[in-house]
Design a protein around this ligand. Structure first.
Ligand code: SDX
Length: 443
């Protein structure tokens, strides 16, 4: 279905709102634009020029920063779709590379397209050998997210032939390189932290299997990927691939709007994702569950989460957009049971504790009133721990999966003919004009 871009869709007569400035009595008609789904938007692109007013929305709670076709979220109902396909459908049926192709091209690939795309990704998984020495500059106990930010940013020092963002071919190569090399970089960050040798990618393994082998294989014996673990890894990658204009994606878009190279933009996205309010929450959830320790201490932490004077938040709970159950959390909760059973650790106490914590929180008026539900980070860590990942690697895995969302959103922005540098304004609250006072005259 040919979708009319808001840019070309002049608002139809009547599709507008009228702003009345009661200070002057002036009235302004602002166009209303309608997408294919979700809320309509008031087009304020001419507001400052026509009225002299800015809008004010510090957390962007009511602001659409762009138009996009990649991902649709309905937070009230708990819907997440990528180019129309539900996350539940994709998590149950798609390989991660299929979702990568879908996000980049807008359609699920046929066999020929998938084989070709798979080949491109597979043959870009190796890193320039010189980058091995880059890792050696870090202490062994460096947080792997610090390594990810640095190494991904450093890719622009090695792959100059795919940094000209005006060249569609170079943009495509950079996209393939980022998707392909993130598992290698992530696995190397883990190997470095545990003092084991780096493991090279294998071209006969699929994306998830290759990553698991690079992470957990040792030279002394053959590593056999457990199918249950590979399935869980693939599902986790699919669930984290893209999520509309979240903080790290917005970071990548605004970094890319200055025409910075894609490696530097994704490094900025990794930095933003690291925060515990965002992708760092999966690591924070596991640490929180271990801090709570037992069911009889849950009420103590629920009380703390509700106390405005206590900075403690229930990690893995709440979301800017979802005011219903995060559909990814529902899939991850089911998947967690399946993986723990497959791995013979069905009685993992942390899962039991998490489910009791969810039950109590969801019956508590504070959480019900504020529509705080478990989000994608609440159950993911328990699965990742069972798969053998240390908590310090949880956000790295989130960054690994989200890299395709970042590059797909970056590509969409760069290919937008109306694309301009992102440059928000402000409500100024500082000092008005005053004259310099010489040091000798200052009190
Ligand atoms: C991700 O945006 C995305 O799409 C992100 C993400 C993605 O895929 O990219 O989905 C991934 O980042 C998921 C979120 C992971 N973060 C956490 O789990 C950290 C804990 N959650 C909170 O920090 C918080 O819920 C946020 C940051 C997720 C959302 O913050 P908002 O939208 O700014 O909401 P808010 O802070 O204004 O909260 C509204 C109210 C407040 O109380 P009142 O001032 O109204 O009395 O709810 C309270 C908050 O204090 N609240 C919480 C809470 N989350 C919100 N209280 C206790 N525990 C919490 N977790």
């Amino acid at each position: 279905m040919q979708q009319t871009s808001p840019k070309s869709a002049e608002a139809q007569a009547g599709d507008h709102v009228t702003l009345i400035d009661h200070a002057t009595g002036r009235q302004f008609d602002l166009p209303v634009l309608e997408g294919t789904d979700g809320p309509k938007v008031i087009d304020i692109r001419r507001l400052y020029r026509d009225t002299g007013y800015f809008t004010y929305d510090p957390g962007f709670t009511s602001t659409a920063s762009c138009d996009s076709r990649l991902t649709f979220i309905d937070g009230e109902v708990g819907i997440l779709r990528h180019h129309g396909y539900s996350i539940e459908d994709l998590a149950a049926n798609a390989r991660f590379v299929e979702v990568c192709y879908l996000l980049l091209h807008g359609e699920l690939p046929n066999k020929k397209e998938l084989d070709e795309f798979d080949h491109h990704i597979t043959y870009h998984t190796m890193l320039h050998e010189q980058l091995n020495y880059f890792y050696r500059g870090f202490r062994r106990d460096a947080h792997p997210m610090a390594i990810m930010v640095a190494v991904v940013g450093a890719l622009s020092a090695f792959y100059h032939d795919s940094t000209d963002i005006t060249d569609p071919y170079q943009r495509m190569v950079a996209t393939h390189r980022l998707i392909a090399k993130m598992p290698t970089i992530a696995a190397m960050a883990y190997k470095y932290s545990v003092g084991q040798p780096f493991v090279y990618p294998r071209n006969d393994l699929d994306y998830a299997e290759n990553f698991l082998r690079m992470t957990f294989a040792v030279p002394c014996e053959e590593y056999v990927v457990k199918p249950a673990v590979a399935r869980a890894m693939n599902r986790i990658l699919v669930l984290h691939a893209d999520h509309e204009q979240n903080a790290s994606t917005a970071t990548v878009r605004i970094a890319g709007s200055s025409a910075a190279n894609p490696f530097a933009c994704v490094a900025a996205g990794i930095a933003s994702l690291w925060g515990p309010a965002h992708g760092g929450a999966n690591e924070a959830v596991l640490n929180m569950l271990m801090q709570i320790g037992s069911k009889d201490r849950i009420s103590e932490f629920i009380k703390r989460a509700k106390d405005k004077n206590d900075p403690f938040r229930l990690m893995g709970f709440g979301h800017r957009v979802y005011k219903n159950y995060d559909p990814r959390a529902a899939v991850l909760r089911e998947s967690c049971h399946e993986v723990l059973n497959d791995l013979g650790v069905a009685d993992e106490p942390l899962l039991d504790l998490a489910m009791e914590l969810e039950r109590i929180a969801r019956e508590d008026e504070y959480f019900v009133e504020r529509k705080l539900f478990p989000n994608v980070d609440f159950y993911s860590g328990i699965t990742l721990k069972a798969m053998g990942f240390p908590t310090s690697m949880f956000t790295v895995l989130f960054a690994l999966a989200r890299s395709v969302g970042w590059v797909a959103q970056w590509k969409e922005m760069i290919e937008d003919p109306d694309q301009r540098i992102g440059r928000p304004r402000q409500l100024y609250l500082g000092e008005t004009a005053r004259t310099y006072v010489p040091l000798s005259e200052r009190g």
